[in-house]
Design a protein around this ligand. Structure first.
Ligand code: F6P
Length: 549
């Protein structure tokens, strides 16, 4: 069944939300808390080792109930069913969207075109398990008989960001293998990474769903050239493996067919870390931990599928994003993990969220008359506090921020953890409460400043406050909790796409740049710029003359 196609702005709920917005837009969060002593409990969801507090958002019971009505009116329940049942919901590519099947327990059945795909998934999982064991234990050796010490993942976009983000996030659980990532077509990236590696003990994983991506093929070719300069040609088969759905392209590239870990067209690149694309994760932390990551994701999937919308974490968070994006006209959202391990989470989510929902045509092929696609950005706290938080606190833009933190640290240094968590809570409180003029004056008086000085400084020290935040407090960063967290964001992307009535699982917008780059490359190689706009032509000429004048 196709996804329902309903312009959200035509629903009764949307119209009611527009009116309701007028009555709540100037309301202070502080007052919402005063009016409702139960607010902190009523606007929170406790689920397994997650506690999601969304009470510091500019919503009340009416907002929540209208947003839930919106979800009902666009038939979100029907869309969720189609998604999990393997219907062709990625219509422009004629594909099902079933990354959720990759984390389904082995005994379940999932059908694509009438065929249960779980046995194939299980076979690939077994292959990942066996291979991971052999490499980690040193049983599998390089061409000179030495165990592998270094793994190089060559891929880009979803074939890089997921594995890179997760291996960094789970570094605490890592074994002795060194994991490297090469993604950018910038030659300095590949050469810098190869520098210092020992070809005898290095294993390359070339990850590309399509096996036609310029960056990945260029980097894989350079890596192979580097390898064969040091080793014999025959050794390539022991040191190069591939993860792809395009078997013929892989074998044409020269990788042995038994060295291919397959994936399927119903796994989108940015949702693929749960497949063999996650091989480098399994090598880094061992298969059991990789499996725990999948289990965590599956638990979130089950929560998403089976929980009434009013207590459904991905649904509630998605509805809040819609509220800020479409009614408050917020331009972006910040995601601030209070864990250095989650350093790459915002970058990973930028692909997931912005490649999925950066669309301006609805599911009927008609340009939308409302905003879609949230702009996501962020960095870990507390670093972010000393960088861009000033703008969130006192800038002119409304930036809803999401704080993700863990009750327990992994090394157990309680002194650091207390300080980290103190900052974690302090920021959301400061963003909500701000600082009034009276508070500023009292503070400056207490410091003994003169009246003139106080008058001069006060306007700069007042914080308007009323900045919305959501706090996701998780027990501990483990493979399982991380799996749940990432799946939570995936399901939220889906919900937002359904409400905006767009196709979230294609990415045609990235194709034009790729096509033009192919044309310009031949002009650069032949030193012959052809017809372009005047700016591009001048820039090309500047590139092609030996020194800029
Ligand atoms: O250009 C965008 C994109 O298609 C992403 O969606 C994808 O994750 C990335 O390129 C890499 O694609 P592939 O795995 O086919 O090399």
């Amino acid at each position: 069944m196709a996804l329902p196609s309903i312009n959200p702005t035509t629903t009764n709920a949307w119209k009611a939300l527009q009116e309701h917005y007028l009555s709540i837009r100037d309301k202070k969060l502080k007052d919402l808390f005063l009016e409702n002593p139960e607010r902190a409990n009523q606007f929170a969801i406790a689920w397994k080792d997650f506690y999601v507090d969304y009470s510091k958002n500019r919503i009340n019971e009416t907002t929540k109930s209208l947003l839930l009505d919106l979800a009902k009116e666009v038939k979100l329940d029907q869309a969720i069913q189609s998604y999990f049942e393997g219907d062709i919901i990625n219509e422009t590519e004629n594909r099902a969207v079933l990354h959720t099947a990759l984390r389904t327990p082995g005994e379940k059945k999932v059908f694509v075109d009438g065929k249960d795909v779980v046995p194939e998934i299980n076979a690939v999982k077994e292959k990942i398990k066996k291979f991971s064991y052999e490499v980690i234990s040193g049983e599998l050796k390089g061409y000179t008989g030495k165990p592998f010490t270094d793994i190089v993942n060559i891929g880009i976009g979803g074939s890089d960001l997921g594995p890179a983000m997760i291996t960094e996030a789970l570094e605490f659980y890592k074994n002795h293998l060194n994991i490297h990532f090469i993604s950018n077509v910038d030659g300095d990236h590949v050469h810098q990474r190869l520098k210092g590696l020992n070809p005898e003990t290095t294993l390359f994983i070339v990850v590309s769903k399509t096996f036609s991506t310029q960056e990945t093929l260029s980097n894989a070719t350079t890596a192979r050239k580097w390898f064969t300069q040091h080793a014999i040609q025959e050794a390539v088969s022991k040191h190069f493996i591939a993860v792809s759905s395009n078997i013929s392209n892989v074998t044409n590239f020269g990788i042995d067919s038994e060295n291919i870990f397959p994936l399927w067209d119903w796994v989108g690149g940015r949702f693929s870390l749960w497949s063999a694309v996650g091989l480098s994760i399994s090598l880094a932390i061992g298969y059991d931990n990789f499996d725990a990551l999948l289990q965590g994701a599956n638990e979130m999937d089950e929560h998403f599928k089976n929980t009434p919308f009013e207590n459904n974490i991905p649904v509630i968070l998605a509805l809040q994003s819609i509220w800020y994006n479409n009614f408050f006209n917020a331009e972006s959202e910040a995601i601030i993990p209070y864990s250095q391990y989650l350093h790459r989470l915002p970058a990973y989510l930028q692909q997931g969220i912005m490649e999925s929902n950066g669309k301006s045509v609805d599911r009927n092929g008609v340009p939308v008359n409302y905003q879609t696609g949230t702009i996501i950005w962020g960095e870990p706290g507390t670093n972010a506090q000393h960088a861009f938080f000033q703008l969130i606190h006192q800038g002119t833009k409304l930036i809803p921020a999401e704080f993700v933190g863990f009750k327990h640290s992994l090394f157990g240094d309680q002194d650091h953890q207390n300080k980290l968590m103190a900052n974690f809570f302090a920021q959301t409180e400061a963003l909500m409460n701000g600082k009034t003029k009276t508070e500023v004056i009292d503070e400056l008086n207490a410091k003994g400043l003169s009246e003139t000085e106080i008058e001069k400084l006060t306007p700069f020290k007042v914080f308007e406050g009323n900045k919305p935040t959501t706090t996701i407090l998780i027990d501990r960063l483990t493979p399982k909790s991380l799996g749940s967290l990432v799946a939570m964001y995936e399901q939220r992307i889906f919900v937002q796409g359904v409400i905006w009535n767009i196709f979230s699982f294609d990415q045609w917008g990235v194709e034009l740049g790729k096509q033009l780059a192919t044309n310009i490359l031949s002009e650069i190689e032949n030193k012959e710029p052809r017809e372009h706009d005047a700016s591009t032509k001048t820039l090309l000429q500047k590139l092609l003359i030996s020194d800029l004048k």
